[in-house]
Design a protein around this ligand. Structure first.
Ligand code: FAD
Length: 370
């Protein structure tokens, strides 16, 4: 099967490896150089669903050396002073033997591992351009060109999207009072705030807030920004310094009405982009890749390739819809601050603290999808 992939970000690159592994001949189109692809300052939370996908492709054993594991995930409602701790006992039995709830990945190292793997595979041909000269040469065209997909615009594939009126500020900070093996998701009325371990005292903060407040905070000196962070961190955690320059990016909700058009199928952020709360973004993108690999590997579908786009869409719909709904609920939970909702919010924490079943249910959706 001849496949073209547009975009060699983390989705397109993994799709190239997966499809080559399923005996496809892959042309991978990317307009950026490898250095530009690598040099992005992002940090991802990796869940067990991604671990399993990378394991099948023999990438996990290489990548694990660059990941920072965390054994505890603390979910905190800052204003209501409520806390739940998820740990390995809340995972599925098969995931428990890994001891970790998740891992933190640095973009540079992850991208490098994927690009090295690609260069070791004969049936992937990297093409440094954004133009597919002859689409008729391909049985399937995988669109993985990100949330501002130009291919989607050209094909006039509509999507449902709205702006959260929020931006996400990311920075690396040194913290005291945190164990090196714990991560935090803190809900406060500005928006969700994640603290992810990077090894030693170093942590990545991913904090969302209104555009107005975010713009103001980005204009602060490092010292004043540290003061702001100190007011948002739970009691007992102290912030020492910012290691790098804080960055920010706007947050939107985007979901395609259709995951395909003809032989073009949409994967990763070209199909869906959500709020970073819960660290679902990249894991969901990679589950798209895994679904496609499974479908392409089925002999009946290879001989009836016209079925592929529709089967891919059916296979992805529940996972994408449930994660989009859940992440949106988490953003709204955090931002809606009416006192009338305090009791239901406390009840959610009470149920999750008391019920192992509820904790397992919630954590498994977040870590394995549906
Ligand atoms: C600014 C920003 C910051 C982010 N930070 C975080 C974070 O901190 N944590 C997190 O979990 N997630 C983050 N995300 C989301 C995360 O990066 C994505 O979920 C993940 O990278 C997978 O995206 P993707 O590969 O589908 O798309 P992208 O990473 O956007 O990759 C798309 C690729 O397609 C290429 N391309 C585009 N158009 C064409 C074309 N016409 N022809 C050829 N190539 C083309 C682009 O150059 C790019 O390399 C962030 C996203 C953005 C935009």
């Amino acid at each position: 099967m001849n496949v073209a992939i547009i975009g060699s970000g983390l989705t397109g690159s993994l799709a190239a490896i997966s499809l080559a592994n399923a005996d496809c001949r892959v042309d991978l189109y990317e307009r950026l150089s490898d250095d530009e692809l690598i040099n992005r300052d992002r940090t991802y939370a990796i869940t067990h669903s991604s671990r399993k996908i990378l394991d099948k492709l023999s990438i996990w054993d290489t990548l694990i050396n660059d990941l920072v594991p965390f054994q505890y995930l603390n979910v905190i409602d800052y204003e209501l002073n409520q806390k739940i701790e998820f740990n390995k006992k809340d995972l599925r039995k098969t995931d428990q033997r890994y001891s970790n709830v998740g891992w933190i990945a640095d973009h540079k190292k992850t991208m490098l591992v994927l690009l090295r793997k690609i260069s070791s595979i004969d049936n992937i041909n990297k093409i440094p351009t954004s133009v597919i000269r002859n689409p008729n040469n391909y049985d399937l065209i995988v669109v993985a060109d990100g949330s501002n997909s130009t291919t989607k615009k050209k094909l006039k594939v509509p999507s449902f999207q709205f702006d959260y009126d929020q931006i996400c500020i990311t920075a690396k900070v040194l913290l005291r009072g945190v164990r090196t093996d714990e991560a935090f998701e803190i809900f406060n009325s500005d928006g969700p705030f994640a603290v992810l371990p990077l090894g030693g005292d170093l942590y990545q903060i991913i904090c969302s807030q209104s555009r107005k407040k975010g713009k103001y905070n980005m204009s602060l000196s490092k010292a004043l920004f540290l003061d702001y962070l100190a007011t948002k961190l739970p009691y007992g955690i102290e912030v020492d310094t910012i290691v790098d320059q804080a960055n920010s990016y706007p947050i939107k909700f985007l979901l395609n009405y259709s995951l395909f058009k003809g032989k073009y199928i949409f994967l990763g952020e070209s199909a869906h982009a959500f709020h970073p709360v819960g660290g679902q973004g990249l894991n969901l993108c990679w589950r798209d890749v895994e679904s496609l690999r499974r479908i392409v590997s089925t002999p009946f579908i290879r001989t009836n390739s016209f079925l592929l786009p529709i089967l891919y869409s059916i296979s992805r719909i529940i996972d994408i819809m449930s994660i989009s709904f859940l992440t949106d609920c988490l953003v709204r939970y955090s931002r809606i601050n009416f006192s009338i909702l305090n009791t239901p919010k406390k009840l959610i924490f009470f149920v999750l603290r008391k019920s192992v079943f509820a904790r397992k249910f919630f954590l498994n959706i977040m870590t394995n999808g549906l």
